[in-house]
Write a protein that binds this ligand. Structure first.
Ligand SMILES: Cc1cc2nc3c(=O)[nH]c(=O)nc-3n(C[C@H](O)[C@H](O)[C@H](O)COP(=O)(O)O)c2cc1C
Length: 328
């Protein structure tokens, strides 16, 4: 199949379970017109057999990639067809999540031990859709025993297999995943970052689009990564300090940085509309708690947004009241 579009991946916001839901992405889009946004990982089971609509998104969120979790080529293909109908711009396969739940389903990071299966999944997915199929993975995976040492050669073999299967865009979290002994949060902090593994892969596969991820917390670091990587992906920094999204957009695309109060006011209008449609205010204020990071009045802003009574009453005037606390 011919790829319909190739969303710009120079600057991306990482998929983050329970964080990057559609409201969070709407907010992030207000901060950055150009970042490629990702859904949280959605399992094939949730799409094919679940009760809730896990795929709906706001049109304003484009460009948006759906991240799928699964290991069955047939089920993944079915999900790709559904995702294309929804209007997603890219489909990404999760080959990096280390959680126990994901491990017991033998997908996520444990797929790094099965390159043939990943290749089969990518091929099957590419056959049924015009959307770009990408992969997000780690630089290796360990189970804590010496027989399972994931060497650099093994990682290169994994990438070769992926590339030969037709995957030419990879988001690389530059850490190994340690399965079995670390929690997901520890797996994002304890295994050391190894960006040079990413740059070696880029040298070996110059036509592979490599987007580097892990520990990028400043505009300067993002820019320096772009000396060798094709793109940067930010996770926690984007969530906890969303203003960085405007700063990177400005640096990379020359976009004018909007005043943060006006961004949050626009989000307040979106929240009002969403509450009218039945969304709980609490779900809408969650990503907003990190706005105005480090600015005078940010603490009071958060306190007001955490007012339990107003939240339970879905009193959306709460957001504008909170904005008034910000001094600049
Ligand atoms: C709360 C949370 C949830 C995450 N969920 C996912 C996920 O669903 N899929 C995925 O590929 N990575 C997930 N990640 C990993 C991030 O996408 C990213 O790879 C990681 O946080 C490293 O980037 P950072 O240092 O910029 O945060 C999650 C990270 C966090 C903090």
């Amino acid at each position: 199949m011919k790829i319909k579009t190739r969303p710009n991946s120079r600057f991306c916001v990482a998929p983050m379970m329970a964080w990057t839901d559609k409201h969070c992405r709407y907010l992030h889009r207000l901060y950055s017109p150009n970042a490629l946004l990702f859904t949280e990982m959605v399992t094939t089971g949730a799409i094919l057999y679940g009760q809730d609509d896990r795929l709906a998104f706001n049109t304003e969120e484009h460009a948006i990639a759906l991240q799928l979790g699964g290991n069955d080529p047939n089920e993944l293909s079915k999900c790709c067809v559904i995702a294309e109908d929804y209007g997603y711009d890219e489909i990404n396969l999760n080959v990096g999540c280390p959680s126990d739940r994901v491990q017991s389903g033998s997908f996520g990071a444990s797929l790094m031990l099965q390159p043939e299966l990943v290749a089969e999944c990518v091929k099957a997915m590419s056959e049924v859709t015009n959307l770009l199929i990408s992969v997000k993975c780690r630089i290796g995976v360990e189970k804590g025993t010496s027989e399972n040492l994931y060497t650099e050669e093994r990682f290169q073999d994994f990438m070769t297999s992926l590339y030969q299967a037709g995957c030419d865009r990879v988001y690389l979290h530059a850490r190994k995943a340690i399965l079995g002994s670390l929690t997901p949060a520890q797996n994002r902090a304890i295994p050391p970052l190894n960006y040079s593994m990413g740059s070696k892969i880029k040298e070996l596969f110059p036509d592979l689009e490599l987007i580097i991820n892990g520990g990028i917390q400043s505009v300067e670091t993002a820019k320096s990564m772009l000396n060798w990587a094709d793109g940067v992906m930010l996770g926690r920094a984007a969530y906890h300090q969303p203003r960085i999204l405007s700063e990177i957009d400005n640096e990379l695309c020359g976009t004018t940085i909007s005043d943060e109060k006006s961004i949050v006011s626009k989000y307040a209008r979106y929240a009002e509309d969403q509450v009218m449609k039945g969304t709980k205010l609490r779900d809408l204020t969650k990503p907003l708690l990190h706005a105005f990071h480090g600015k005078k009045g940010a603490r009071k802003f958060r306190q007001i947004l955490s007012d339990n009574i107003a939240l339970s009453n879905n009193d959306f005037a709460l957001i504008n009241k909170a904005i008034e606390q910000i001094e600049v």
